[in-house]
Write a protein that binds this ligand. Structure first.
Ligand code: ATR
Length: 278
């Protein structure tokens, strides 16, 4: 195996990362033997570790919590979407030797919603819950799908207002606190808060969904998240977690590195089965 086939994900913690399994499955589809490993990087040690990885001939890195902002600063060049996201989850060494940072999270979400789940974004009323890093990372690709409207609500209203300010040149959007929801209804609700990780649920009015509404939680797990349970209880038409997004963002990284688009459905299925049987 040549050094140009070396890839890794840097994070902390990283033990439970599914990226090595996903990328190994992608590589196997083309009969490729690539080396992809998970590396736990110490706090404060990201730049040194990344520099060492690329100096040693590594070809590409994925970056997960808590280093995505540091990776953003580390990159020598940024794609437009990484610039917008303010965070990088994919670093690649380009032909000219430059280390480029990209963010594939938003593309991964849109591909899962539109291609895998068959839900529409175009022309729909879209609600985003949360205004942290996860929301920022998915806003641009969602806006480019031309929803009829996009509202961001957040516990701290100023963070939602800030996102509106930063993204309103792409398409019109609005944002503020949960009070903005009133008795309004939405076709697609994306939970981009970290509430599910703590077993919590944002404060949502029971009138929010129609019988045609779709609900997506960026968080995934063996069990439905509190938001997914809430959506099912309020008769959402369809509910999904972020496992498909995880695989699709990895597929986009794979494409950036190898210029080959891997097949994702079988990998999503395989992960779902192993998660449920664990
Ligand atoms: P991430 O990178 O995962 O987005 P973050 O930047 O810390 O992490 O943002 C977490 C988001 O989840 C924020 O929008 C946060 O709301 P605040 O900005 O008001 O803190 C939101 N969040 C976390 N727990 C929440 C809860 N229990 N209810 C509603 N929103 C919650």
């Amino acid at each position: 195996m040549s050094v140009k086939d070396r890839y890794a994900v840097f994070g902390n913690p990283v033990k439970h990362s599914k990226s090595p399994v996903i990328h190994t499955a992608f590589a196997a589809q083309g009969g490729q033997n690539r080396h992809y490993r998970a590396v736990r990087v110490e706090w404060g040690g990201f730049a040194d570790a990344a520099r060492g990885f690329f100096a040693g001939g590594g070809a590409g890195l994925n970056i997960t919590v808590p280093f995505k902002e540091e990776a953003f600063r580390f990159a020598e060049r940024l794609t437009d979407r990484a610039m917008r996201a303010g965070a990088v989850n994919t670093l690649s060494r380009c032909e000219d030797g430059c280390i480029e940072g990209d963010n594939t999270d938003g593309i991964g979400l849109v591909r899962d919603i539109v291609a895998n789940l068959g839900w529409r974004v175009q022309g729909r009323r879209l609600l985003i819950l949360g205004a942290g890093g996860a929301a920022r990372g998915v806003l641009e690709p969602l806006l480019r799908e031309n929803p009829r409207e996009l509202l961001i609500v957040n516990r701290t209203p100023e963070r939602a207002e800030q996102l509106v300010h930063e993204f309103s040149d792409i398409a019109p959007l609005a944002g503020g606190g949960y009070a903005l929801l009133g008795d309004r209804q939405f076709d697609l609700v994306v939970n981009a808060t970290s509430a599910s990780l703590a077993g919590e649920l944002p404060d949502l009015p029971s009138s929010l969904l129609t019988e045609h509404s779709c609900c997506y939680d960026l968080v995934y797990g063996a069990e439905p998240t509190p938001f997914m349970r809430w959506a099912a209880l309020h008769a959402a038409w369809a509910v999904a977690d972020g496992l498909g997004m995880l695989v699709e963002q990895a597929a986009q990284s794979f494409y950036i590195w190898r210029r080959v688009r891997p097949e994702t459905q079988s990998v999503i299925r395989q992960l779902r089965e192993s998660m449920e049987s664990a």
